[in-house]
Design a protein around this ligand. Structure first.
Ligand code: COA
Length: 138
């Protein structure tokens, strides 16, 4: 069974390891996630996924990063993290995803996100277009 709770400093090593194993995820300094809303998914005593979000306005949230350890993918872990992070939230949720990251796009589409726009040259290392996706919950 997967449990989800707020992430803390004690989780950052595991979060960094998942991030390193997930080229599609953003590669930010994981310590910065403590300033945002970070949630971790746990199976047994292992951190198997994380999601970082922030509130932009009363009716607007943004998913900043999301990744699941490769061996725990396709088991509903990310779906559970998004449900936990957005829960009773009402409003618009935005995120950016690399154009080449078809798996993440399929994942977000499965939750009802739609492509909103494209930002050319948004990413570097390697340079790539970002697809902006939006979900509206009312
Ligand atoms: C994208 C990611 C977070 C999805 O995590 P996950 O825990 O495997 O996703 P879930 O098991 O909750 O999948 C939910 C649904 O998303 C879709 N989906 C997930 N992975 C998919 C894949 N490889 N191919 C097609 N659809 C997929 C399916 O509809 C799936 O439902 P189903 O399994 O009942 O068919 C994971 O693949 C990952 O960590 N990727 C690397 C990091 C990354 O790209 N992050 C995105 C940053 S924007």
């Amino acid at each position: 069974m997967t449990a989800i709770r707020r992430g803390g400093v004690e989780d950052l090593e595991a979060v960094a390891a998942i991030q390193r194993a997930s080229p599609g995820a953003a590669g930010w300094n994981v310590a910065d996630y403590l300033k945002e809303d970070i949630r971790v998914a746990i199976v047994g005593d292992r951190i198997v996924g994380f999601l970082v979000a922030r509130t932009v306005a009363a009716d607007e949230r943004e998913i900043l990063n999301l990744a699941v350890a490769p061996e725990f993918r396709r088991k509903g872990v990310a779906r559970g993290l998004v449900a936990d992070a957005l829960g009773a939230f009402r409003g618009s949720v935005f995120l950016e995803v690399r154009e080449s990251n078809g798996v993440a796009q399929e994942f977000y589409k499965s939750l009802g996100f739609k492509e909103l726009s494209r930002r050319k040259g948004y990413y570097d290392c390697p340079p790539e277009t970002a697809i902006v996706m939006k979900f509206h919950s009312c």
